[in-house]
Design a binder for this molecule. Structure first.
Ligand code: ISE
Length: 335
C-alpha cells in the first residue's frame, strides 16, 4: 500500500519532493497539495496527476486521503503546520528550519513528547550525502586520530534581495550547524561571527561574506566561510583536521575537459542538484519509517538544537562577541 502524502508549499523544494515521491521513490504517492498561492498548487496538481488541490492547509492535514504531511512552505508557517500534524497524529516531514525560533521548535518538541511517539523528521538532507557519510565513518573508525579542527566553506553563486544578513545563519549555515554536530556527536559551547570585507556584489541588507567560528564541548574548533555572492558556483567544502591526518569532503563527480590550452571541470550552481541523491535517500527513509511505524531521521530535537544555535549566531552577528551556549541535555525520548 502506498503512503498518501499531502504537501503544503508547492514552491521549488515542495514540487521537487512531490515529483520524487511519485516518480523516483518507492511506497508513496502525493494525493493532496496546498499552497498560499492557489495557482502554484493547481500547477503542481496538474503536473502530478495523482493529487487534488486543498485550499485550506488544515483540511489537508486532517483529510482521510492524507496519511503523512510534507511541510515545504515558508519557514514562518512551519510551527503551526507541524503542530497541527502532530495533533492529527500524522507523520510529518518538515523542511528546514523546523521553525524560525528556538521557542517555536520547543513547542513542537513538547507536543511530540506529549503525543508519546516520534512523528517529525526534519529536512537536514546533508546527513544523507555519501560524502558526509564517509567523513562520519572516518571519525567513527578514528582513521585520522582525534578531530581537532574543521574548515568549511558554504558558497552560493548569488542570492535574491530578500536574503538578508541573518539568513546567512538561518537559511544556509544551519546546514553546517546540524551536519557537524551530527558528525562529531558533540554540542557547541561558543559561537562567534566575523564579517569580512564586504563584496561589491552584496546588496544593502546583507553583509557578505561572513565567517562562523564554533567551539564544541571537547574543544574542537570549526570555521565556516559563508559567501553567498561568490558568483562562480554552489560550492560546499568540509575538511577535517585530525591528530593523525586530514579528511576532505569529496568533490561532486564532474568531467575533466581539456580545451583551448586549459584543463577544467564545471561546478554546479544549483543547491538542489548538489544534494539531489541525499534528498532522495532522506525521503525514502522517511517513507520506510512510516511503513515500519518508526522514523529515525533528524528529529525535532535536532531541529530545536539547531534553532538554539542559529539564535546564538544571529546574536553574535550583532554583538561581534564570543557568545556562550547554555547546555541543553537531550531528553531520553530523543536519545
Ligand atoms: C538554501 O535555502 C538551502 O537550503 C541550501 O541547502 C543552502 O545551501 C543555501 O545556502 C540556501 O540558500
Amino acid at each position: 500500500m502506498n503512503i498518501k502524502f499531502g504537501i503544503i508549499g508547492a514552491g521549488m523544494i515542495g514540487s521537487d519532493h512531490a515529483t520524487r515521491i511519485n516518480k523516483s521513490l518507492n511506497g508513496g504517492i502525493v494525493t493532496a497539495v496546498n499552497d498560499i498561492n492557489i495557482e502554484s498548487a493547481k500547477r503542481l496538481v496538474a503536473e502530478l496527476g495523482t493529487a487534488e488541490v486543498f485550499e485550506d492547509p488544515y483540511d489537508l492535514i486532517r483529510s482521510p486521503e492524507v496519511n503523512a504531511i510534507l511541510v515545504c512552505s515558508i519557514g514562518s508557517t512551519h510551527e503551526e503546520f507541524v503542530l497541527a500534524s502532530i495533533a492529527a497524529g500524522k507523520y510529518v516531514f518538515c523542511e528546514k528550519p523546523l521553525a524560525t525560533s528556538a521557542s517555536a521548535c520547543k513547542n513542537i518538541v513538547d507536543a511530540e513528547m506529549n503525543f508519546g511517539k516520534r512523528l517529525v523528521q526534519v529536512g537536514f538532507m546533508r546527513r544523507y550525502d555519501s560524502g558526509y557519510q564517509k567523513l562520519k565513518k572516518v571519525i567513527e573508525n578514528s582513521e585520522i586520530g582525534d578531530v581537532l579542527m574543521i574548515h568549511c566553506a558554504h558558497r552560493n553563486p548569488t542570492v535574491p534581495e530578500s536574503y538578508v544578513t541573518e539568513m546567512a545563519v538561518s537559511d544556509s549555515l544551519v546546514h553546517e550547524i546540524d551536519v557537524i554536530r551530527w558528525l562529531l556527536k558533540e554540542d557547541y559551547v561558543t559561537a562567534q561571527m566575523i564579517f569580512a570585507k564586504k563584496t561589491k556584489r552584496s546588496h544593502g541588507n546583507l553583509h557578505d561574506p561572513q565567517i562562523l567560528l564554533l567551539e564544541t564541548r571537547s574543544g574542537i574548533r570549526i570555521d565556516v566561510e559563508m559567501f553567498v555572492n561568490c558568483q562562480y558556483g554552489y560550492d560546499i567544502q568540509c575538511e577535517l583536521v585530525g591528530s593523525d591526518g586530514i579528511a576532505k569532503l569529496p568533490e561532486p563527480e564532474s568531467l575533466v575537459i581539456r580545451k583551448d590550452e586549459k584543463k577544467f571541470t564545471s561546478i554546479d550552481t544549483d543547491w538542489k542538484k548538489r544534494f539531489i541523491k541525499a534528498y532522495d535517500i532522506e525521503l525514502q527513509e522517511f517513507i520506510d519509517g512510516i511503513v515500519g511505524n518508526k522514523i529515525q531521521g533528524p528529529s525535532s530535537w535536532d531541529g530545536y538544537v539547531a534553532a538554539i544555535a542559529c539564535d546564538i549566531c544571529i546574536k553574535a552577528q550583532k554583538t561581534k562577541a564570543i557568545e556562550p551556549f547554555s547546555i541543553v541535555e537531550t531528553p531520553k525520548f530523543y536519545r
